[in-house]
Design a protein around this ligand. Structure first.
Ligand code: GMT
Length: 370
């Protein structure tokens, strides 16, 4: 099949899922065309049947806000016609689903039939999409999609709650390439982070408010009062200054490392003992799954799809948003009582989200559309 994948190119989970899906489809012999405003961070164009088409937005003095969606739509029309695409797969509804809908109409007027599947990822529904300033367009574009998928049962239910949806939503969970996370332990890296074999706690995110990174620091602070520990914080984003301030205020600067947008996620997970994800909203929590694939148990909040990924008392623990005291108690329970069992369970549960289990679900959906 010839598939056009539309996604955000940044570190966010939806872009990562879209890119890894495209790479896996290309490996299976499909022709994959990525369409975005810059090259997705995880995209390395080493495959002969993978292509990248950049949407370049040019400024015009009249526009106070440059209309990206129109440029994207034109690009979709152009790529579909010239590359003979069979379908579009758009990740994150805003504005990709409405752009794909318009592109489909333009293509139809030119005699081409190019259906599109929309994958809902989370904030496109739970935060941004349900805002009245987007809602009518998003609702329409979801209903007009030829197929709709959501990355968790919880996100499907949220979509049905917030919008008037008249079509089937199929749940296809996020995935990891399980093998990619095995045998990555680097003893020198571990010793450099935790020279006295302290427990290593890790958090990875884009530092948006919704991730509650300050809670990560507070949980760590409580844990560290009971057991020697180090904290790795990977990523970057708007909340960084607040996090730095809190580290200083709690006198934790020597024990917390802010690593920025590291690409060595697998290696960092492999030397970690525990992963913290106290988010306010999380439709799935791909990063928790990545941690689990590396054998790292998870202490998280209990929102959205997190309970579909992190199994209470098995792969980690889940608490109410903001309950940092309980999260710290749970972290200590895992670290001090039964780290080995939790590690094993985390890996076993992550294996059920391995790529070969999920990829065929997308392929059969595509086949049913064309
Ligand atoms: O929240 C992020 O980190 C980014 C965001 C995105 O769309 O890029 O992530 C959402 O999609 C991910 C991939 O499907 C999910 O794993 C995240 O849980 C989801 N984030 C939220 O719901 C807040």
């Amino acid at each position: 099949m010839k598939i056009g994948i539309v996604c955000y190119p940044t570190f966010g989970g939806s872009g990562i899922v879209a890119t890894e899906l495209g790479k896996a489809l290309a490996d299976k012999g499909h022709e994959v065309h990525f369409i975005s405003y810059s090259q997705p961070v995880r995209l390395d164009l080493f495959s002969e049947n993978m292509f990248y088409h950049e949407v370049s937005v040019s400024d015009y003095p009249l526009f106070e806000y440059t209309p990206y969606e129109l440029t994207l739509t034109s690009k979709l029309v152009d790529v579909a016609m010239h590359e003979n695409l069979d379908l579009f797969h758009v990740h994150y509804a805003i504005p990709h689903a409405s752009a794909a809908y318009t592109a489909k109409q333009i293509l139809a007027a030119r005699g081409y039939h190019v259906p599109f599947v929309t994958t809902l990822h989370g904030t496109d529904i739970t935060l941004v999409g349900k805002d009245e300033s987007f809602k009518p367009v998003i609702e329409f574009a979801i209903n007009q999609s030829d197929a709709v998928t959501a990355v968790s049962e919880s996100l499907k239910q949220d979509t049905l709650t917030y919008f008037n949806i008249k079509r089937e939503i199929e749940v296809i969970p996020n995935f990891i390439d399980f093998e990619h996370y095995q045998n990555r332990f680097d003893v020198r890296l571990r010793n450099s982070i935790a020279p006295n074999n302290e427990a290593v706690l890790t958090h990875v995110s884009n530092f948006r408010k919704v991730k509650r990174v300050e809670d990560v620091v507070r949980v760590f602070h409580l844990v560290q009062q009971q057991t020697p520990a180090k904290l790795l914080i990977v990523g970057d984003g708007p909340e960084r200054p607040k996090i730095e301030q809190l580290c200083r205020k709690l006198n934790l600067c020597d024990d917390i490392k802010l690593l920025g947008k590291s690409k060595a996620i697998e290696k960092l997970m492999a030397i970690s003992d525990l992963f913290l994800l106290p988010s306010e909203a999380e439709s799935f929590g791909l990063v928790a799954l990545e941690a689990m694939a590396a054998g790292v148990p998870v202490v998280s909040s209990n929102v959205g799809g997190l309970s579909e990924v992190n199994k209470e008392g098995v792969t980690g623990f889940l608490s109410e948003v903001g309950n940092v005291d309980e999260m710290a108690v749970n972290a200590l329970k895992i670290l001090e009582i039964d780290l080995k069992t939790f590690k094993k369970n985390a890996r076993t549960h992550a294996k059920s989200f391995d790529l070969p289990n999920i990829l065929p679900q997308y392929e059969s959906l595509y086949e049913s559309m064309i």
